[in-house]
Every structure is written in structure tokens, then in C-alpha cells.
Design a binder for this molecule. Structure first.
Ligand code: PAF
Length: 284
């Protein structure tokens, strides 16, 4: 496994890969790798002939300093988890390497980042766009792989790729869940025993809402999910919305969009978890 720390060294490595005619697949991460990340890496391994994983806890996307500070970091453990995969290059830059000067770029994603995560974590998606565009400029991948758990992040990245004219295929990859249904997340290890026991109810409630939605309105379904999750000890819904899966704007009726998703953020104590469910997808 090659662990590359500087942009210059990575550029040289990538030039060689490109000269060899390799298709470069890129999985950006903030480390604390779990099976969700590994599924992205495996997918990249199937679709590409070279796989690069970046591990960088990006400060510009954290609007809560405590969240940034306690974000789990263990590069050696991450490298061990990548060893059995087809990823042979890890890019793990320092903050100074990524941001020799502060990144002052301001992106305009219209209403896409004004709702849900964007509304509750102001500046978060601007930070994500800063780091992902910077990583795209450095890695110059043919394809980049992102998890569908971060539903809004995927929409924002797609928009950014379009706006900045990147010739990169964005590959969405399905959510990976624990056996009990909890979506895999680097934050799961921070949950207390009770929180960990109760957290799968987030997915169970979303899943039950699929059936509930068949015979109830959008508004009733929103209430079903919010009340259901709030009734579980230690869980507190920050937001749950049922949205047009393309524009991410709230809908009033099930017929308002061909692609409909329900996106949720929940606090388990002070650990924030997100998940989502697809009610309808007629745009495939
Ligand atoms: O999804 C994440 O882990 C991060 O937002 C990403 C895409 C690696 C950017 O820091």
C-alpha cells in the first residue's frame, strides 16, 4: 500500500497511471473506514483499473468544532482495512497541504443546499464542495464513488460537477447497513450502549413508513416518522422531510414528483445520525 502525503507525489503517481491507460477510480473519505466505505472501494475496484482512496478530515465542512474534534481518526487502522481491497494508493494529506491558503470560494447551489442538512449545518456543503473539487483537481479521476446515505451530498456533488464542468462520472452506491438495520457510519462507534441499541429504530421506522405511505398523505407520513423516532428513548429527530429526490424541495402530494425520498437527521444523545428511504423512483 502506498501512502502518499503530498500533492506533488500524488500528481507524479497519477501521471504514471494515466500513461499506462488506467481508468482511475476515486473514493474520497474522512477515514474511520467501515464496510460502507469498503463497498465503495470494492465497486471502484470492479469498475476501474486503479483505485485511489483519500483520507482527510476536512475542517471546512464542520460547522460544529466539537464534532470536528471528536471525529475518529486512525490512519493505520484505515490502511489495514484497505489492504485486502483493490485500493493500492491512499492519499492522506495534511491540512496545510490541502489548504496552503484558506479556501474562500463560495458555491451557489441554489435551493439544493438551503434545505435539510444545508439548513441545519450552515456552510457544510460549501466546505464539502471546496474539498471535493480540490481533490478532483488533484486526483483527476475518471469516476468517483459516493454513498447514497449522504443523499443531499450526492445531489450537491452532481450539481458541482455540472457547474465546474468536470469530466468525472459520479457513481452513487447503495447504503450499507448493520445486521440490525442501522446505516453504517463512522459516528456509530461514538454511540453509548443504549443509543446503539435504539438507533436501528431510525431505519425500522423509515422502512415501516413505506407501507404507511401507501394509504396515507405525505404530511401524515412525515408525522408518522417523526413521532415514531421521537418515541424511542435517547433519539430526537432534528428534521425529517419528504422531498423531490432531484430538487430536494418538500412535496405536498405523492404525485408531485417522480422521484421521492424521505431524509432524516436524528440526535442520539449528541451524536448526529442521518439516513434516508426512497418512496418512489420512476426516473430510472
Ligand atoms: O462523505 C464524506 O465522508 C465527506 O463529506 C467527503 C465526501 C469525503 C468530503 O470530505
Amino acid at each position: 500500500m502506498e501512502i502518499i502525503r503530498t500533492i506533488d507525489a500524488l500528481n507524479q503517481r497519477i501521471d504514471t497511471l494515466k500513461r499506462q491507460g488506467r481508468i482511475v477510480g476515486f473514493v474520497p473519505t474522512m477515514g474511520a473506514l467501515h464496510k460502507g466505505h469498503i463497498s465503495l472501494v470494492n465497486r471502484a475496484g470492479v469498475e476501474c483499473s486503479a483505485v485511489i482512496v483519500s483520507i482527510f478530515v476536512n475542517p471546512t465542512q464542520f460547522n460544529n468544532p466539537d464534532d470536528l474534534e471528536r471525529y475518529p481518526r486512525d490512519l493505520q487502522k484505515d490502511v489495514e482495512k484497505l489492504r485486502p481491497t483493490l485500493c493500492k494508493i491512499v492519499f492522506a494529506p495534511s491540512i496545510e497541504e490541502m489548504y496552503p491558503q484558506p479556501d474562500t470560494r463560495r458555491f451557489d447551489f441554489g435551493m439544493l443546499d438551503k434545505v435539510m442538512e444545508g439548513a441545519f449545518r450552515p456552510g457544510h456543503f460549501n466546505g464539502v464542495a471546496q474539498v471535493v473539487s480540490r481533490l478532483f483537481d488533484i486526483v483527476k479521476p475518471d469516476k468517483a464513488f459516493f454513498g447514497e446515505k449522504d443523499f443531499q451530498q450526492l445531489a450537491v456533488i452532481n450539481k458541482m460537477v455540472h457547474q465546474l464542468g468536470y469530466d468525472i462520472e459520479i457513481v452513487p452506491c447503495p447504503i450499507v447497513r448493520e445486521k440490525d438495520g442501522l446505516a453504517k457510519s463512522s459516528r456509530n462507534v461514538l454511540l453509548s450502549e443504549v443509543q446503539r441499541q435504539n438507533a436501528p429504530e431510525i431505519w425500522h421506522t423509515l422502512f415501516e413508513s413505506l407501507t404507511f405511505a401507501n394509504s396515507n398523505s405525505v404530511e401524515q407520513t412525515r408525522k408518522f416518522v417523526i413521532d415514531g423516532v421521537n418515541a424511542i428513548p435517547e433519539l430526537k429527530v432534528e428534521y425529517f422531510d419528504i422531498v423531490n429526490g432531484e430538487t430536494l424541495q418538500s412535496i405536498d402530494n405523492w404525485d408531485d414528483a417522480d422521484y421521492v425520498a424521505g431524509c432524516i437527521a436524528v440526535f442520539a444523545g449528541d451524536i448526529r445520525l442521518i439516513d434516508n428511504v426512497i418512496y418512489k423512483n420512476n426516473i430510472l
